[in-house]
Design a protein around this ligand. Sequence first.
Ligand code: MN
Length: 279
Amino acid sequence: MPDALADALYELIVATRILANEKVLDAFGHVSVRHPLDPQRYFIPRHRAPELAEISDLVELTLDSEPVRPTDFRLYSEKVIHGEIYKARPDVHAVCHHHAHAVLPYAISGQEIVPVFHLGAVMGKVQFWDQRDEFGDTNMLVVKPEEGASLARALGPHWTVLMRRHGATVAGTSLRELTFRTVFTCDNARLQSQAMAHGRVDALSPGEVKLTAAHQLRPPSTNRAWDYWVRQVEKAGLMPARAAAKGASTTAARAKKADAKRAPTKSARKNSVKSKRRR
Ligand code: MN
C-alpha cells in the first residue's frame, strides 16, 4: 500500500531540488507541503538553503507555524507565510516563497505580470502585496502571524502574489502543480521582460487563459514537466539519495508513532499540541 506521508515528504524534497536547480530558489526561499493526512499540519525544512535540505531536515508545524514536537532545529523566520496561507485556503496543499530574479523587476516596479505565452496562463491573475501599507517600516521579512495573514488576504482566491521589493509567494493544490506554476511564472516574467524590450507586449485573452490553464494543469502536463525537471536534477547530481528516501520512512514513521500517541479527536489533538508547546 502506498505510504502517502512518506511519498509527500520525499516529493517535497524533490520539488525543492527542482526549484533550486531551475534557479527559482537560491540561498533563500522555501517550499512546504500540507500534511496529506492531517490538514491542520504542514511540513517545511529547517532553516537552511533549500538545495541542501534533506528529508531528515523536515519539521511538522501546526497552521500557527508552531512545531508539533519540540525541536532544536532553527526554523525559517518567514514560515508564517505558509501557515497563514494554509489557514486561509483549504484548497492549497503546497506553497513556495522565493526571490527569483525573473519576477523581482515586477515586484520592484509594480508592473503587472501578464500571461504572454500559453504556459504563463497557469500563474492566474498575479496579485501584489506591499508590507509597508499595513506595517510601515519593517525588516522586510514576513515574520508575524498578522503579516502572513495580510499576505494571504492579498493572495485571496488566486495563486501567485508578488511582494513589493521582496519576492513572490505561489500556491498550488499539489506539489507538482505548485512546481509547474512557479517555474512557468518565472519563465513568463522573463519572456515578458524580453518582449517589453522589443516593444508592445501582447497577452493571452481571458478566454485563452481559462482554456489553457485548465488544459496545462491536468496531470498529463504537470507529470510530463515534473519528469523532465527530475531528469535535470538527476543530471545535476542533486536527487535525494536512496538513504534519504529511507530517511523519509523514518521521518514518516516517527510522525505516525507520535500521531498514534495523540488522542484521535480534534480538541484532544489541540490540547496535546498545547501541552507539548508548554514544555
Ligand atoms: Mn523572503
